[in-house]
Each structure stands twice: as C-alpha cells, then as structure tokens.
Write a new protein. Structure first.
Length: 481
C-alpha cells in the first residue's frame, strides 16, 4: 500500500463511521499567544473543546500538518539522528466533539489497524494512564477494560503522566490518553528483548503510532485542572510512522513519503544513502527540513529574524549547514527540493504547487544570504578550537554572539557544531552579549518603508535582501515589480 492509499483509507474508514473529512488547518498560528505553529491535530479545534465555539460537526477526521520545533513539543534535536521524529509531519486524526467516547474510539482504532491495514496483532502494545496523585487523577480502568476485550492483558501497559496524559502546552485542554505502539523488529531481535520492555524507550523499531486522547480537562495557568463542559475524543496518528509500519520498513525515511527526496539529495550529492552514517544524517535532515520550511512558507510564515520567522530561518540554516559540511553543497540546493516535495504531495496539499516558485525564490535567497557567511564562520570556529578546549571545552558567549551577529549562526546551530566537536556553548554568556547589543541599538531609529513591501505570495516581486528592523529583527525585504 503506498502512502496516498494509506491516507485515503484512513479518511474512508472514518467517513464510514459518520465522520466529516475536513482539510488540514494552516501550520502557522497567528492569533494564539501560547502557540506559534500547530503542534498537534487538536490545536486548531481548541475552541471546540473549551466550549468557546460550537463544533461544525460532531465527528471529524482529517490529516493535520504539524510542526514540533518549539515550545512544549520540540523534537528538533532528534531529527535526522533518529528515524521517526520529524520537524513537520502529518497527524491523522478522528474527533468526537461531545459525541462518542472511549469505547468507540478504541474499538475503531483497533479495527482500522488490524483489519483495514492488517497490522499483526502480536506486534501491537497499548498503554493506559496509571493515574496521578498530584493531580488527584484515578487510573484509567475504563480504557483498560475496553482493551481487555480486544488484546491480551500482557500487551496492555500502564503509563505515567509523561506518556499517558496529553497536554498541548502549559495550559489548555488535556486528558488521559491511550497509546498504540508497534514492534517492527525481527523475530531474532524480539527473542533477545521482549517488546514490552522497549515501549516508550526510544527504540527506533518499537514506536508509538497512535495516541487516543480523552479530553476532559482544562489546565489553568495556576496549574490546576478543571473539567471541560463535555467529554471529547482527540486522536493523533503519525502518518509517516504508520506508513513505515504498513510498508514494513525500519525507518520513516525508507517509505515512499521520503524516498523521492532522499534519492534526489543523494543523487545530487553523488553519494549513496545507507552507506555512511554522517552523510545519511545530513540527507535525512535535509529531506525532513524542506517539509517544515516549504509548508511554513506556503502557510504564510517567511523566514525572518524574530519569533516564528526565526524558527523557520533556524531550520533552514541548520539544513544548509548539514548540506555544506557533509554533502559538499556549496551552492544553493534546498530550493530545488521544494519541487520534488511539491510533485509528491501537491495532490493532498495543493498550496505546495500553487506557491512553488515563490517558495523556491524565498529559499534560494535565504540560502544565498547564509552561504555568503557560513564558510567564514565555520573557519572561525576551527581556528579557535584549541582555545575553546583550554576554556574548559566551552565556546565562550562572546564568540557565540560574534558567530550569530556577524556570520548569521543561530545559537542552536553553534551548539550543534559544538556538540560534534565535543564542546559546549556558554549560553548565558551569549545572552549577556545579546542583551548588550539590544541596549546599544534601542536608540536606533526605525527603518524607512518607502516603496518596500513585505511580500505577499500573490504579488510579483523581486527579492533584494534583508534589513535590520528596530532592535533585533531582520525583515525580508522585497520590491514590488
Ligand atoms: P513520541 O513519544 O514518539 O515523541 P509523542 O507522544 O510526543 O510521540 P503525541 O503527542 O502523542 O506524540 O502525538 C501523536 C502521534 O503523532 C504519535 O503517536 C506519533 O505517531 C506522532 N508523532 C509525534 N511526534 C512526532 C514527530 N516529531 N514526528 C513524526 N510523528 C510524530
Ligand atoms: Mg514526543
Ligand atoms: Mg510518546
Ligand atoms: Mg504520545
């Protein structure tokens, strides 16, 4: 089954259970102070859970574009190193807004996985909430008893708040959850260590695929829990992981979701994927990051030097540096990948094709700008390496700031390079330097706008570079043509 069929079967299955299939909400969040990017399927529906707005349908199914690179759910450091955490991924979900609850949700989840997708029952584990004293919550016996009718009890595990109580952020709707994990190892590997011991243990082939959340509470800013006006179901299944399981692969990157990009990158770099761990990681990072970048731009978030825009610029620079150092991409390359992505996914997300030339232009200019300083920054780091070693294996705050300010190295990029060299970064020292610079430039006058406009996707424009805006932000500037 290819990934398009897998996605479609999900929609068809829940449509047959009276769910309305709706398109993904945009990745970019503009009106929520607690969230920059959609990080889960439930985030766009927050108001329905809270009872602030009535849901348009009692039952919904969808695939939601998610980005986990900031805030409570941040997987950026894992990406490329492991084979199942992405920056941007699709979360398949089915929803009940005050309609069905645990029994239907868990039975349908089991039916879909084992009958429609034919995943082997003896490779699945489920987990339920064990309760929590601090929040005064009971263990989820109800979910346990439902599972017991479908799966043998030695495959039902109790889990703590960390894994089995789902919260979108520090505040907001939340509730106990029940997860489904799959063991994709070989029989020989299983004979050595039982799968049960590896669930939730960061094993690359014993992975969580689906989370069924029973939304019942709202976490308030003071940390307390209050009951929501109604009980809801919110489920989230990692689409790329599901494809790995169904296609019997050992990595998400080996599925047809990622292979076109992996092959394109490897081909352009003149290397083979799967032969060298260093180049493999770089290839995976690029195949992953292009998705975050392209989807963010099409949904209205341009790379910039502050807030959400800086998150995207950081991801972009991170992948440029991986390509530069490990795959010898000395010229802009990432922008070419946007087309491979669009060819592959525009049938589900047409915005990728509609805005393709715009996305390419933004990425290419970003690449050009960073490639102008990247090499010198890396050389600077190399020159000072001995000094860092003598300095307790630490890159001092001043140098980290110089890399940021002069060479455009985001702090996390410097930290990443430091980690590869067995060094660490004095982040507090960096903060002090940053603060001093802000004070210096606080008096600087605001930039003139004259005939410059911030680019709208449908306006024909010419990229002309970056401008420093007020204290700390760089604004991408375009001329209308
Ligand atoms: P994990 O424990 O693997 O980090 P999670 O518990 O943080 O996953 P949930 O918040 O429960 O994930 O999200 C629901 C589903 O989304 C998960 O079961 C998983 O299949 C998928 N998922 C979560 N994070 C990622 C990611 N970074 N990349 C790809 N899929 C993900
Ligand atoms: Mg996680
Ligand atoms: Mg988990
Ligand atoms: Mg989970």
């Amino acid at each position: 089954m290819n990934s398009a069929e897998i996605r479609q079967k999900f929609f068809d299955f829940f449509a047959s259970k009276q769910h309305q299939v709706v398109p993904s909400a945009p990745l970019v969040v503009k009106d929520d102070p607690t969230l920059m990017f959609i990080n889960s399927g439930m985030a766009p529906f927050k108001d329905y859970f809270l009872g602030n707005k009535p849901a348009p349908y009692k039952r919904i199914a969808d695939t939601q574009k998610c980005l986990r690179v900031s805030g409570k759910h941040n997987d950026l450091e894992e990406v490329g190193y492991d084979t199942y955490h992405h920056t941007m991924f699709e979360m398949l979900g089915n929803w009940s807004f005050g309609d069905y609850f645990k029994k239907e949700a868990l039975h349908w989840a089991w039916e879909l996985l084992t009958e429609v997708y034919q995943l082997p029952k003896d490779r699945l584990y489920v987990s339920v909430f064990q309760g929590d004293e601090k929040d005064n919550l009971e263990k989820d016996q109800e979910a346990y008893d439902i599972w017991k009718t479908m799966i043998s009890e030695d495959r039902i595990l109790f889990g703590s708040k960390k894994d089995n109580f789902w919260e979108m952020g520090d505040t907001g709707p939340c509730g106990p959850c029940s997860e489904i994990h799959i063991d994709l190892r070989t029989e020989e590997e299983i004979a050595q260590v039982p799968g049960k011991e590896l669930v939730n243990n960061d094993h690359p082939q014993v992975v969580e695929i689906w989370n069924n959340v029973f939304m019942e509470f709202n976490r308030l800013a003071d940390g307390s829990l209050v009951k929501l006006p109604a009980q809801h179901v919110d489920t989230g299944m990692g689409f790329e992981r599901l494809c790995m399981a169904i296609q019997k692969k050992r990595s998400n990157y080996d599925t047809d979701v990622f292979q076109p990009m992996i092959q394109f990158i490897a081909g352009e770099a003149g290397v083979k994927y799967g032969e060298n761990e260093k180049t493999d990681i770089a290839i995976r990072v690029m195949a992953d990051h292009i998705r975050a970048i392209a989807f963010a731009i099409t949904d209205g978030q341009l790379p910039s030097n502050n807030k959400a825009g800086y998150v995207i610029r950081r991801i972009l620079r991170r992948s440029v540096r991986y390509g530069f150092t490990f795959l010898d991409f000395k010229k802009p390359f990432l922008y070419k990948l946007a087309e491979v992505l669009s060819d592959q996914m525009a049938h589900v997300f047409p915005e990728l094709k509609q805005q393709l030339s715009f996305v390419q232009r933004v990425i290419e200019e970003e690449e050009n700008a960073f490639l102008r300083t990247l090499d010198n920054g890396l050389k600077r780091l190399d020159t000072l390496e001995e000094r860092f070693k003598e300095n307790n294996n630490t890159i001092d705050g001043k140098t980290a700031f110089e890399l940021y300010d002069t060479f455009g190295f985001p702090l996390d990029l410097t930290a990443l390079i430091a980690r590869e060299k067995g060094l660490r970064v004095d982040e507090a020292g960096f903060g002090v330097e940053m603060e001093q610079q802000k004070n210096r430039s606080r008096n600087a006058s605001a930039t003139e706008q004259s005939d410059w406009v911030v680019l709208q996707p449908d306006v024909s424009t010419d990229f002309v570079g970056y401008d420093r805006d007020e204290a700390e932000s760089y604004v991408v500037r375009y001329r209308q043509v």
